[in-house]
Design a protein around this ligand. Structure first.
Ligand code: SF4
Ligand code: FES
Length: 260
């Protein structure tokens, strides 16, 4: 296949960006999208030009680094698929493909298609630690966990922190990401001791880093490569409300004040 690429090029966060047009020639349908970019980059390097900068690591849909907007959709046209797992057979000969970085105030462009996603790390960091004791491997079933809770926690834990949900949301909200992270611990017994403080701190970090509120458009769910459900956002809201009410109730308690 021969394709025309319109790629966002930007030297750094302060420089103005622009679309540049490139030809991708002799693209094999079984190539991944990133392999197609590798081939274009080899040609650019051969001509003495700067290669297109893009993030990637595992190329297996696990690490969450390969985010980019392809033809207006975060991670491209195939549902539940990261850009690295997208194959060129999704396109046809002669197609024009537009490739841009995530667009969100919280994700400044570092170069070309690479954005700084440190704001998401800050949300994770705000979650803190869990105080469940570690040590030797406990006996199987020593801590009974209802099957539904275990499965729901695993569904939430599938989030790879790619940021597509933020890029797709008209409000650049990180609520799907935060909800997944809050829920995967909050659903399990080991996550209970810090459950209230965790949700409060993570939501505060989300607000502090310029992520917007949920816009109810469900674009996040539609583009999420791990199919994280917006039901987790509802759960986040319930957890946050319960934690706020509980901390409000606790304030006048003996031990919280100077006399404690
Ligand atoms: S919720 Fe989905 S889209 Fe958002 S960061 Fe996690 S895996 Fe990516
Ligand atoms: S490179 Fe790791 S998820 Fe795409």
């Amino acid at each position: 296949m021969n394709l025309t690429l319109k790629v966002w090029r930007q030297k750094n966060a302060r420089a103005p960006g622009r679309f540049e047009t490139y030809q991708a020639r002799d693209v094999i349908p079984d190539m991944s999208f990133l392999e197609m970019l590798d081939v274009v980059n080899e040609e650019l390097i051969g001509k003495g030009e700067d290669p297109i900068a893009f993030d990637h690591d595992c190329r297996e849909g696990i690490c969450g680094t390969c985010g980019m907007v392809i033809n207006g959709t975060a991670h491209g046209p195939r549902p539940a698929t990261t850009a690295c797992q997208l194959h060129m057979r999704q396109f046809k000969d002669g197609d024009e493909i537009t490739i841009e970085p995530w667009r969100a105030k919280a994700f400044p462009v570092l170069r070309d298609l690479i954005v700084d996603r440190a704001a998401m790390d800050a949300i994770i960091q705000a979650g803190g630690y869990i105080s469940a004791p570690t040590g030797g491997t406990p006996d199987a079933n020593a801590i009974p966990i209802p099957k539904e809770s275990a499965e729901s926690a695993m569904d939430a834990a599938a989030c790879i922190g790619c940021g597509a949900c933020v890029a797709a949301c008209p409000n650049a909200s990180a609520m799907l990401f935060t909800a997944a992270k809050v829920s995967h611990l909050g659903l399990l017994p080991q996550g209970q001791p810090e459950r209230e403080i965790r949700v409060q701190k993570m939501v505060a970090a989300m607000d502090a880093h310029h992520f917007g509120a949920c816009s109810n458009h469900r674009e996040c769910e539609a583009v999420c490569p791990k199919e994280i459900s917006v039901a987790f956002i509802a759960r986040l809201n319930r957890d946050f409300l319960a934690a706020s009410l509980a901390s409000g109730r606790r304030e006048p308690r003996a031990g919280d004040g100077a006399a404690g």
